[in-house]
Design a binder for this molecule. Sequence first.
Ligand SMILES: *[C@@H]1O[C@H](CO)[C@@H](O)[C@H](O)[C@H]1NC(C)=O
Ligand SMILES: *[C@@H]1O[C@H](CO)[C@@H](O)[C@H](O)[C@H]1NC(C)=O
Ligand SMILES: *[C@@H]1O[C@H](CO)[C@@H](O)[C@H](O)[C@H]1NC(C)=O
Ligand SMILES: *[C@@H]1O[C@H](CO)[C@@H](O)[C@H](O)[C@H]1NC(C)=O
Ligand SMILES: *[C@@H]1O[C@H](CO)[C@@H](O)[C@H](O)[C@H]1NC(C)=O
Ligand SMILES: *[C@@H]1O[C@H](CO)[C@@H](O)[C@H](O)[C@H]1NC(C)=O
Length: 503
Amino acid sequence: MHRTTALLLAAVSWLAHTTSSQTPPTPYLQTPSSRQLDWHRLEYYIFVHFGPNTFTNEEWGRSQSTPDVFNPTTLDTDQWAKSFADAGAAGFILTAKHHDGMALWDTNTTTYKIGNGKWAKDRVAAGLSADVVRMAAESAKKFGIKFALYLSPWDIHRDPAMPKDNLTGTIYAEPQIFGDDSPGDYNELYAQQLSELVTMRLDDGSGIELFELWLDGASGSDTVQTFDWAKFRDIIREHQPNAIMWGHQGVDARWVGNEDGVTVPTNWHTISRTQDETRYSGEELQTGVRDGVYWTPAEADARIHDGWFYHVGENTKTAQELLDMYLKSVGQSVNLLLDVPPDSTGRVVERDLDTLLEFRTLRDAFLNRTLLDPSMAVAASSIRGNNSALFGPTNILDSNRDTYWATNDNETTGFLEIELGDTFLVDAFVVQEHIALGQRIGGYTIDIGVNGGYETVVNGSSMGYKRIHKLSQGIETARIRLSITQANAAPLVESFQALGTRR
Ligand SMILES: *[C@@H]1O[C@H](CO)[C@@H](O)[C@H](O)[C@H]1NC(C)=O
Ligand SMILES: *[C@@H]1O[C@H](CO)[C@@H](O)[C@H](O)[C@H]1NC(C)=O
Ligand SMILES: *[C@@H]1O[C@H](CO)[C@@H](O)[C@H](O)[C@H]1NC(C)=O
Ligand SMILES: *[C@@H]1O[C@H](CO)[C@@H](O)[C@H](O)[C@H]1NC(C)=O
Ligand SMILES: *[C@@H]1O[C@H](CO)[C@@H](O)[C@H](O)[C@H]1NC(C)=O
Ligand SMILES: *[C@@H]1O[C@H](CO)[C@@H](O)[C@H](O)[C@H]1NC(C)=O
């Protein structure tokens, strides 16, 4: 062999070797889009049900009231936004139009809008804004939290199966275009409403920024309406490329299958059906589908009261109940959407605010007891390409979302052992999979060192974005092991933390 050829081959082989030890794992099946990854990280935000139902004491008003019914005495959207920011929520979602069809913004698509009521007319005459969607968006911006909208696809105001005797002969008696068999095109109307909302301008001329569009799957009539989800998606994508389109099963996020803010321990971020296909049952929506065709993670919606709209006399859940809910939603890899409805004054009531703050205090106190830090010694069963700098186990202790511990592609199980350097009373764990490259892990255990051996205290299945495991009691230990017992591809662990107290 010629000497230069030999040298060249040696160089190529050296290059191939270094490349392989530095090559990140290839993405496994479906991965989240960047908008979905951002959305996973929001974790907890507030639902605001507000509209005619607030004043008629209903949950599903039947579009029988004129806009005069909307009459908040001291509406204060700044109070909403400040309260939710103080509560540590990432943002809030407002019902721009609930099933009754009355619009809270100044739309050109219908006469049935609060702008035609006395409250709004008086405000406009006094030089004040009366567009509640814009007001809420301004407030969210002012207090530095995110904003999103709910726009009900089912529209009673347009549904011929829903009699609206009280509106007969008024300017609010509008064409009954909802339904495939009805004359007119409801999809066109809905698309126009969506377009108005996603292109809304704030007072300073800047565009509205939405983190989610909540396209409710609920319907209470037999009228069959085939929705043009693709058209709605295109409108959202064009004007709000960072917004999640939420629906019963997509396109970007799915319903969790119940309204209790919880999910089951084994649940996947992927499913295998779109909005145009047969609906999954509640149970299927909770579990998702392992190795599914679409990255469509679940969001758990829940209520601080019994109802979604404010009703006098309803109980507020306790801060402890909210923390339990949080552990069964955010702590089980799904986002928590907690409904906190303003009352007929247009403000969030004090009792709810106190509870939200108490919930935040409990949550912070629980989570703010981290025991592991980057100085601790972590040993791994193996490291991808033996490249500790890129894929080593200390990556789970930094707070960098882009780094993770990884094994070689031919290894789907493995473990990490952490020496704490001292004895601690451990009572909870937080673990995150590096989902940017797909959901791989289907089994893991957490063991703590006792009497020279290990005792399993957590036996988990699907991992995903984030798991929080709370033990029934604290256990003293100086050593912790995280084992990946099953994965469909090389497991990637982004972070691991133990919570407890120092002895
Ligand atoms: C509709 O009209 C009926 C009869 O006048 C009245 O009893 C009822 O309160 C009205 N409903 C609403 C929501 O205004
Ligand atoms: C309604 O139409 C008017 C006149 O064309 C326009 O100035 C306004 O922006 C429209 N409103 C919305 C919400 O699109
Ligand atoms: C977390 O605890 C530290 C002290 O241990 C404290 O300074 C900090 O304010 C706490 N943070 C939260 C969010 O409670
Ligand atoms: C990593 O190191 C071990 C032990 O030194 C060796 O057996 C193994 O082949 C190495 N793996 C890679 C991918 O270099
Ligand atoms: C996986 O491959 C690496 C080299 O790429 C090798 O060092 C290691 O022993 C293999 N592991 C298994 C479990 O076969
Ligand atoms: C964890 O649970 C799985 C499934 O039930 C079981 O097969 C396994 O033995 C358990 N592992 C431990 C260490 O308890």
